[in-house]
Design a protein around this ligand. Structure first.
Ligand code: HEM
Length: 130
């Protein structure tokens, strides 16, 4: 049987819960999340439901700045690559359709943008222009 597409907030919750459960088991990036988030996982998951609900369902429940919390994390390209692998595998294991494709595209774009911004800030800190 083929999977259905992402259509409502229950789908978003399933996607987010499954994704972070997979992330936490990952030996490369799991501990980066756990060390930073500690006992705040319920709040983080609630926030991520709202983030993906806003991005995918066009229901504007998230207001915030996604990038700043990532700026100081010990992450490089390989971590974002792993994030994307887990995200892609999670989406494909649960859903299929235009919104599922959109989720992967948005995830990919943001992972690349975060990575570029982090590299830029690190380079700038080492070689200031002024
Ligand atoms: C290896 C890659 C990544 C790591 C290690 C990471 C880690 C984290 C951590 C630890 C937080 C919580 C910060 C806190 O509350 O103290 C967070 C928040 C968040 N992350 Fe990531 N993240 C990664 C990639 C991404 C990507 C690619 C996206 C976009 C699709 C994303 C979207 C968000 C959003 C929206 C928040 C909430 C920001 C807010 O506070 O409003 N993350 N991330």
């Amino acid at each position: 049987m083929t999977n259905k597409d992402i259509t409502n907030i229950e789908d978003i919750k399933l996607l987010v819960d499954t994704f972070y459960s997979n992330v936490r088991k990952d030996e490369l990036i799991g501990s980066i999340f756990d060390e930073k988030i500690g006992d705040r996982w319920p709040e983080h998951l609630e926030k991520m439901y709202r983030f993906w609900q806003t991005v995918l369902l066009d229901e504007h429940t998230y207001s915030g700045s996604p990038f700043p919390p990532h700026k100081q994390l010990p992450v490089e390209k390989e971590h974002f690559t792993r994030w994307m692998e887990i995200f892609t595998n999670t989406v494909d294991s649960l859903f299929a359709g235009p919104l599922a494709e959109e989720a992967k595209l948005r995830g990919q774009n943001m992972a690349e943008m975060f990575n570029h911004k982090i590299e830029y800030f690190r380079h700038e800190a080492k070689h200031p222009l002024l």
